[in-house]
Design a protein around this ligand. Sequence first.
Ligand code: AMP
Length: 191
Amino acid sequence: MINLLIFGPPGAGKGTQAAFVAQKYNLKHISSGELLRQEAKDGEFKDEVAKYLDAGHLVPDELITKIIKDELEDTDKKQGVLLDGYPRTIKQAEFLDSLLKDNNRQLNLVINLELEDDIAISRIMSRGENSGRADDRSEIIKKRFHIYHQETEPLLNYYKNQKKLKHVNGRPDVEAVKKELEETIEKLLNK
Ligand code: AMP
């Protein structure tokens, strides 16, 4: 069983690529953004969660961590997971390590989908026209990048120290990125 994390700035293509990888390797795709958008629609704390999402702020660690914990505990013990969008802070990463351990799992690989801010921003702007996401607006996008660099990017070092980090260039088209991701994962499986 493998457990993966897909990492990268907003707009790098994490969601698209994660859906592909999850299907190909039969992993459960756990997308924190999707889970939170669902929660904001009809969850117990919907008004509170929607406030954070619409402003482009991170929801509190405790809230997202509880949601991820429930998802992990609901996953078939034999099925691997693909985490997408969680963790986003060092605190979440530390919690995830212990949570995975409690579930007899460990992260095998962290894939960083690399993309420069300006390209990522223009991708989000063009997605904004039809994504229906309230946070795909220019002031909010700026805020999301700021938070990414401040809070989330330091995780690269965290996983580099754990020797789990691999970089994949997110610039080429979707098909080319898929191929590079596949090669990276095949290498892991053949080890
Ligand atoms: P995403 O779909 O990954 O871009 O996430 C959309 C939004 O959900 C983010 O801008 C945050 O408001 C929230 N979010 C997603 N994942 C997390 C997380 N791990 N911690 C806190 N907030 C999150």
